[in-house]
Design a protein around this ligand. Structure first.
Ligand code: GLC
Length: 535
């Protein structure tokens, strides 16, 4: 349990967030799609694993064009996932286990089936018209400017009936809300309150940097580095469509709503360079508690680059800002496929020993890899719009693997996405029985974090090292832990730093490594990571 030296920090600083993609976690009714009663059934597992909070990707009513990120009612649960009663029961169950629950807030857009948009498109004078972003056609009848949709093609869709275009940063079925309209702002604030009142502990906010666009609708400039094979939206630099100055006022407003309740957290999905990302903490930290730090996701996997990312991020953080780390999500390829099975073990060590709140994507604790999806089974609209360049997100959204049989016991029906290879080895049941599995490593790391405030909330100090490895110290109240990660495939001898000439091994990524005393230097095996304490 949390000891005294943890107590002055908020739960979202001490804890580990676990992302659940609800469609793929546990099905309870045999329709092949995960649901809330399914999640409830797996809370024992999550408690056993040792995480602190679950974040659920959207569970609200939706035509599912973008699998829940196209919401047609912000104040209910989609029948695919269950009912409001199921949700309330889940919240109670989560809280009774001392866990927290975070929902996904999608403020940038609604579904085109949302009654607000249905009204808005009825006629130009409809009071809801201005809730969305409408423009007259260009003189040639084409779109009002050159803005592109993240999911391919123009970001403008022509509405025959009313003779104007509406803006959609994502699918045409996801029209953008107009955050310059005060009624939109008020209504969306009330959406947050609705769920906070039901006991939700926080929100992950979808594409926060997208909320406001240039008021003059100026064209975006061409991207001089654009090349074939890149996603089509990268043909332009998003100077006028993301990260506009007015966003700061909006995040302060969202934060004020969260602050009406005790100990709530806001986590922002923001894809921007580090120096812009950190501005989302807000002036004097009056903004988002945790602007998601995705820097490890896109980065080439080498010790030198990872070390540089950590140093740059740590240096850019505003005073008092709490860091956070992510290595995988429902929008990117799985870490085990990006950096290999051994690399993923090191990544797990990094995620759980760096300073700041880790967010772990479901299945990462098993080392789940991307599952190749045959063309006829593709579900992701992004892949359907822009085929063939590897933007598809289905491979990292495949069902959680509970056992080695029957679609991993994810469903009694047919799963909405294939289960993939290696099921017999890569599943909770088998890995729980194997002390050297990724699951066992993850549990050992999570336990160590609980035992050692230095690791969980202590200071971070990067230490000098070579091109093959990373070494850092975590310390708190006189307690110091040294983390050493060998990125190279071969054995690698590393000197202990002057600060800690004698040490004891606390944890190795290899379960069978003897926890012996170490003096002056330690030889790490290929792609091994260790945590040491001063002897
Ligand atoms: C975010 C979500 C992604 C979704 C997009 C549009 O990036 O993570 O899954 O498609 O926003 O809502």
């Amino acid at each position: 349990m949390i000891s005294g030296s943890f107590s002055n920090l908020a739960w979202w600083q001490r804890g580990v967030v676990y992302q659940i993609y609800p469609r793929s976690f546990q099905d309870s009714n045999g329709d092949g799609i995960g649901d809330l009663p399914g999640i409830a059934r797996r809370l024992d597992y999550l408690t056993w694993l040792g995480i602190d909070a679950i974040w659920l990707s959207p569970i609200f009513p939706s035509p599912m064009k973008d699998f829940g990120y196209d919401i047609s009612n912000f104040l209910d649960i989609d029948p695919i996932f269950g009912t409001l009663a199921d949700f309330d029961a889940l919240v109670e169950d989560v809280h009774s286990r001392n866990l927290k629950i975070i929902l996904d807030f999608v403020p940038n857009h609604t579904s085109d089936q949302h009654p607000w948009f249905q009204e808005a498109r009825r006629d130009r004078r409809n009071p809801r018209r201005d809730w969305y972003i409408w423009r007259d056609p260009a003189p040639d009848g084409g779109p009002p400017n050159n803005w592109l949709s993240e999911f391919g093609g123009s970001a403008w869709e022509y509405d025959e009936a009313t003779g104007q275009y509406y803006y959609h940063a994502f699918l045409k079925e996801q029209p953008d809300l107009n955050w310059r309209n005060p009624e939109v702002v008020r209504t969306m604030h009330d959406v947050l309150r609705f769920w906070f009142d039901r006991g939700v502990d926080g929100f992950r906010i979808d594409v926060l940097h997208h909320l406001i666009e240039d008021a003059q609708f100026r064209d975006n400039p061409l991207n001089p580095e654009f090349a074939l094979g890149m996603r089509p939206s990268h043909a332009l630099l998003r100077v006028h469509t993301v990260d506009q100055p007015e966003i700061q006022g909006i995040i302060t407003g969202l934060r004020k709503v969260a602050d009406e309740y005790p100990e709530r957290v806001l986590i922002g999905e923001i894809h921007l360079p580090i120096e812009r990302l950190v501005t989302y903490y807000g002036v004097e930290l009056s903004g988002i508690h945790l602007p998601f730090n995705f820097n490890l996701i896109g980065a080439p996997w080498s010790a030198a680059i990872v070390r540089e990312i950590i140093a740059t991020y740590e240096a850019a953080l505003p005073r008092g800002a709490w860091p956070n780390w992510v290595v995988g999500s429902h929008d990117t390829g799985r870490i085990a496929s990006r950096v290999g099975a051994n690399g993923a073990r090191l990544a797990q060590m990094l995620l759980l020993t760096l300073r700041g709140t880790p967010t772990m994507y479901y299945g990462e604790e098993l080392g789940m890899a991307d599952v190749p999806i045959p063309a006829e089974l593709v579900q992701d609209p992004f892949e359907k719009n822009v085929p063939g360049i590897g933007v598809g997100r289905d491979p990292s959204r495949t069902p959680m693997r509970w056992t080695g049989h029957n679609y991993g016991d994810f469903t009694t029906g047919r799963p909405w996405l294939p289960i993939g290879q290696n099921l017999a080895i890569c599943n909770v049941e088998s890995e729980a029985a194997d002390p050297n599995s990724m699951l066992s490593l993850t549990r050992r790391l999570l336990r160590l974090r609980r035992e050692e405030p230095a690791l969980c909330i202590g200071d971070y100090q990067g230490l000098a090292c070579d091109d093959q490895s990373i070494t850092y110290l975590r310390s708190r109240e006189g307690r110091r832990l040294l983390v050493m990660l060998n990125f190279s495939e071969g054995p690698h001898r590393l000197p202990l730093p002057a600060e800690m000439p004698k040490a004891r091994l606390r944890l190795s990524s290899e379960a069978n490594r003897k926890l012996q005393p170490v003096q002056d230097s330690i030889e790490l095996h290929g792609v091994e990571g260790v945590v040491l304490e001063a002897a």
